[in-house]
Design a protein around this ligand. Sequence first.
Ligand code: ZN
Length: 191
Amino acid sequence: MIKKDQIIAQIGHPILRKKTLEVETKNIKSEEVINITTELVKIMRMFNGAGLAANQIFHNLRICVIEIKNNSRYSFLPNIPLKILINPKIFILNKKNTFNSFEGCLSVPNLRGMVKRYEEIKVDYYNEKAQHKSEIIKGFAAIVYQHEIDHLDGILFTDRVINNKSLVTYENYIKFYEKKYKESIIKNFYQ
Ligand code: ZN
């Protein structure tokens, strides 16, 4: 049987700490990039991730995917349609508007921790058709974008926890924190 750490790089693997290389514009529609994108979507869905970055599956390129679709790990969240981001660049639009996000990661086994994220961002990127896009992202989706684009810069959520005491196992997150966290998301983003 293939083990998870052969498919998804786990914390401690050096590739997670490298700043990924930009995809050359002429290569966006290349077979290599198409294959990586297809693999990212497949593996993200296989492990119920909300997103996945190319360096998490051992490709040192600035590509990530995002999707929330009836996700069992994030059952309380509304759907985010599949997004493929090539060479994404992030701009924070409002530094004052932040949300404390209780995050986990497919590269960090069994751990959740509280991270401060911005609620309004702009993302410039190329899509899989090599079209340049610039989009304003607000609400919970902005948090997922920041987590994934951090990966492309070699940053893990554990680097950003606001307090080490917020680090908990997944089981204890479900047991002691999930209910309150769900309420804070609904109150902050969906009311
Ligand atoms: Zn992650």
